[in-house]
Design a protein around this ligand. Structure first.
Ligand code: ADP
Ligand code: MG
Length: 224
């Protein structure tokens, strides 16, 4: 009976996700269809000014699909023992330019000689990318992101701290819900994906935030 219950739980979660995916993709599709019908019926020649909007809508659909594929990814997963510092350095190198464009400086404090973590490297990189991107996006006027990594007993602890807009207490519980986003161009899939990946690594994520002051995301992973 318990197994049955669990299966029906899963089914309703899948159903809910499917419904929200359908909804999120239908909106931009409806907009695109509208533009094409407009072009067709009115014989509009100066379509140029609509192309930008149409591309935005297409990009949105593309991004939603890309993030969902990461989540659904049935590809073979290679599990390796990795130094988390290397993953963090990779992600910082990847995002540093984008950060600087927004006047955001990333400062790392990485303890040396950490125990390795058994992980799917690309998945953990994806988590750090999602979290650092959120930190950058939370600071439209610039600021500092502190990334610390240290060993705590048999755990590796990574904290990503920003000085951004923060998250109001009533929104904290919505984090990780599919498509929950407060951003005009957000997909609301980054945290959901990150939570799932960390959970699959037997780790946990804690988010603390003070509106107007900033947000600290703490990831704990068991060392191998
Ligand atoms: P997206 O970034 O596409 O909006 P996410 O799942 O990455 O989706 O984040 C969901 C929401 O959580 C964001 O829209 C934002 O409201 C909030 N959030 C996440 N990280 C931060 C952060 N570091 N500072 C402030 N708000 C955040
Ligand atoms: Mg995000």
């Amino acid at each position: 009976a318990e197994e049955l219950l669990r299966n029906s739980d899963k089914l309703s979660i899948v159903g809910q996700l499917a419904a929200s995916v359908a909804h999120e993709i239908r909106n931009p599709l409806t907009a695109l269809k509208g533009f094409i019908q407009l072009f067709q019926s009115k014989g509009i020649v100066d379509c140029d000014k609509y192309y930008g909007i149409m591309l935005d809508e297409l990009n949105r659909i593309e991004q939603i699909i890309t993030e969902l594929l990461i989540l659904a990814k049935p590809q073979s997963k290679t599990v390796d023992n990795k130094d988390i510092n290397e993953l963090i350095e990779y992600v910082v190198a990847l995002l540093d330019r984008q950060a600087l464009i927004h006047n955001v400086h990333i400062v790392c404090d990485l303890e040396e000689n950490l125990s390795l973590v058994q992980c799917v490297e690309n998945e953990l990189k994806q988590v750090f990318i999602n979290l650092v991107k959120n930190a950058i996006e939370a600071m439209p006027d610039g600021g500092i992101i502190h990334i610390d990594c240290l060993q705590k007993g048999t755990d590796i602890e990574v904290t990503i701290q920003d000085q951004g807009c923060g998250i109001p207490p009533e929104s904290l519980e919505k984090l990780g819900a599919p498509f929950y986003s407060t951003k005009e161009k957000g997909t609301g899939l980054g945290l959901m994906t990150s939570f799932k990946i960390i959970q699959e690594h037997q780790g946990k994520i804690d988010i603390e935030s003070l509106p107007g002051k900033g947000t600290t995301v703490r990831i704990t992973l068991p060392a191998s």
